[in-house]
Design a protein around this ligand. Structure first.
Ligand code: HEM
Length: 137
């Protein structure tokens, strides 16, 4: 990621933080619309799940200039996701739901450049999770 992309992601994330509860609701609504079969994989309270998702995204966004510091935690997360029944192909659907949610939340601020920057972040995190999952198998 370029320094410009990091700034686009960090600046746009600041606008999502105040609406993070709504964003999480939008995200899971979209995810379950795109793939109703994943709904049953979530066993806990969805409000709490939404908080966990926003917290890890917040950590990742704040660590973009020092990504090596969060790689081990992201790898652990990837390995835990194997136990939740998550397969590689699910990452595409989750990515689509995330990008859609950011667009819905940020509206005109979600420019093409900002979108590309977010796709780069998501791809990095998802690939790190998938690689750790594959190695664990
Ligand atoms: C970049 C991608 C992802 C991130 C950042 C993420 C984040 C998280 C976090 C923080 C948790 C809380 C528990 C933990 O840390 O292990 C979690 C749990 C979970 N995630 Fe993900 N996740 C991602 C991808 C996915 C994908 C692709 C799926 C597939 C549908 C998925 C399904 C689940 C499920 C089923 C749980 C457990 C829910 C429960 O315990 O009821 N996640 N995720």
């Amino acid at each position: 990621m370029t320094p410009e992309q990091i700034k686009l992601v960090q600046d746009s994330w600041e606008k999502v933080v105040p609406i993070s509860e709504t964003a999480a609701e939008l995200f899971y609504g979209k995810l379950f619309e795109l793939d109703p079969s994943v709904r049953s994989m979530f066993k806990g309270d969805m409000k709490e799940q939404g908080r966990k998702l926003m917290a890890i995204l917040n950590t990742a966004v704040n660590a973009l200039t020092k990504l090596d510091t969060i790689v081990p935690a992201v790898q652990d997360m990837g390995r835990r996701h194997v136990d939740y029944g998550v397969k590689d192909e699910h990452y595409d659907t989750v990515g689509e739901a995330l990008i859609w949610t950011l667009g819905a939340g940020l509206k005109d601020d979600f420019t093409e450049e900002t979108k590309d920057a977010w796709v780069a972040v998501y791809t990095l995190v998802a690939n790190t999770m998938k690689e750790a999952a594959a190695e664990a198998a």
